[in-house]
Design a protein around this ligand. Sequence first.
Ligand code: G4F
Length: 325
Amino acid sequence: MAEHLVDLGYEVWGLVRGQANPPVRHLRELRGDVRLIRGDLLDQGSLIAAVERVQPDEVYNLAAISYVPMSWQQAELTGEVTGLGVLRVLEAIRVCSGISASRSPGRGQIRFYQASTSEMFGMVRETPQTEQTPFHPRSPYGVAKVYGHFLTQNYRESYGMYAVSGIMFNHESPRRGTEFLPRKVSLGVAKIKLGYERQLRLGNLTASRDWGFAGDYVRAMQLMLAQDEPADYVIGTGVTHTVETLVDTAFSAAGLNWRDHVVTDAAFIRPAEVDRLCADPSKARDELGWEPKIGFEELVTMMVDADLQLLAAGPHASEEFADAW
Ligand code: G4F
């Protein structure tokens, strides 16, 4: 996101939490022109101070506890960060814009983007999913995101704020964290191909996801804040694949047969699964002029190639990289 905005000529500030935050060094190496400011979604005062200091035109909230399995282990923290964190950012914008909590409407100048998610559809009521599809989240993460989604809508309606949500389907790239399936698979394939490992342990292979390239999705986020009127949009490719197909595609990209290496492991099965997600991105296409440029096979091959290149430096190269992202 930061890279895309810098390329568009924005002055970009990143909110950094914690005392020691390993990704900061890597962000600086990647984009020295991104400025950093301290703050935490758990700390209302720090967010108000950040908005006062930066005086932003736009705020993108991509921060969350976003790994779905962790949300069962730390459900309260997920609610605090992923759910109430949205409230705190919206409140910081409202207060700094001088919008009264008792008087509406009064649109301020700061535009707000909330990263909503297809996980809100959960046990889907219809396929494909649109902006009108009802929500039925299946994890504490999904429930927290529904809160953030409706709160963003509510601040738009209550205060006339330019506050919008992008309902993002799964988006991936070589920078993806290694705990998420596509990166776990691309890294696993690279380790097996280079002879460092023989097996890859995975959970449910039958679930389906609408996987796209993160670089395409950040374009949509910026476009959503550049419209005349604020609105929510579904962002996805409209094509769905099973986990098994992703695994097969990744192993094939390295000339391997997944059946020789993949072991299913109950440790990776979730208490409740989202079985099948597929976006209908027509509204984004018609109103934003947005379309994904990178297809499924190109994405998976890109990720496998990137990890093969990364691990060419040695079997532990990915550990530093995992810390970085
Ligand atoms: O890559 P995943 O962990 O992504 P998930 O749960 O769909 O969520 C991601 O996308 C959401 C958007 O729809 C975001 F909101 C969210 O923050 C995150 O970015 O798992 C994808 C699928 C699941 O069905 C999971 O059960 O892969 C299945 N899976 C099978 N084996 C596995 C594994 N997932 C992971 N992470 N690890 C496995 O070993």
